[in-house]
Design a protein around this ligand. Sequence first.
Ligand code: GUN
Ligand code: ZN
Length: 432
Amino acid sequence: MQAYRASLLHFLDDPDRVAEEDSYQYFDDGLLLIEDGKVVEIGHAAELLAKVPAGVTVTDYADSLIMPGFIDTHVHYPQTEMIAAYGEQLLQWLETYTFPVEAQFSDQEYARTIADLFLDELLRCGTTTALVFGTSHRESVDAFFEACEEHNLRMIAGKVWMDRNAPDDLTDTADSAYEDSKVLIGKWHNRGRLRYAITPRFAATSSPEQLRKAGQLLAEHPDVYLHTHMSENPDEVKWVAELFPECENYLDTYDQAGLLGRRSIFAHCIHLTDSEWDRMAETRSNIAFCPGSNLFLGSGLFNLQRAVEKNVLVGVGTDVGGGHSFSVLETLSEAYKVQQLRSHKLTPFKAFYLATLGGARCLDLDDLIGNFSVGKEADFIVLCKAPTPLMQFRLAHCKSLIEELFVIAMMGDDRTIRATYVVGKPVHTRSQ
Ligand code: GUN
Ligand code: ZN
């Protein structure tokens, strides 16, 4: 058994669906008990310390807050090297910066170097699970999953499908994408903690035939994921309408191919029409809200309130390299600002819910991760409450938990993450 003492926070439900005080559990002086990589019990240290068997040392994280590991519901590992690329919006940004960088991932050794760097950065920022884009090369996915397997991470990823409107060294065909993805599913889906996502880049780079082929593969493997982009940028939406004259709207390009459902995750969804929102809800499809990327690429302001009204599940995504930070904490502060610009208040409880249990629900992983319910996998992080002199000063003036959480979400970054644990094992410890 392992025992960790600190303040503890986790979520039981969506603060927008139940009374806020029923949505979370907080123990000011708490204890987290773990055995065989799973949560055994949490509670007040004063009550639980007696249950710790003789010989088990209690790791005391004074002045720290333990939470479930963060979940990044949309990120591109191959874009690590072109993060923070200047001056362009989506379509020119893809042509100018993204495609040339992604072309390098036919080299599995290079891909592995970047995968290692990417995972180190994720863990430093407290992210323990992510839904990840590879490139159109099979090698990019092999390299990524091999790296994940070494840390025993719970990750979902897939090979990109693109059979048009992209450079030759990045395009596949409907048949080759199908065959490559089928091999990768057989090799990686449900191997240890890994899962596979069929990953057409977006409707603009796939022909209707290729999307249909992706739908066929999904029908043959109904428990794998579908991961793509949708309705991110006004020029993109216009272009997709021109490319698919037979479709009613953007969502319909995926719907006609059979790509919607409980394990389908659509990044962005900023410019959806009412009928698209209704169809998202009807099919229980999910959204990755990527506020850092949406601001950086000038894409627009996601309507989080509408998702709540329509009962569409949402997680947060960094969307690196469209986003320029790996930190989910920094992404929460961008989310707050995007909602401010929509005159909507993102509460700190909702923000941390989205980063943990909300993300797990969005990825249909909430039976395994996302909170500290008994039996869940012990992926957790230790947040230092005062990683900088300014935060120490500011937090000393907080009068409530909600105020403290808000300050951590607005001012926190990688320096806030004191330690990251994966199935009960430390995988990152911040040097002081
Ligand atoms: N749409 C199609 N490809 C991409 C990508 O790589 N990043 C983002 N943000 N949007 C996309
Ligand atoms: Zn993206």
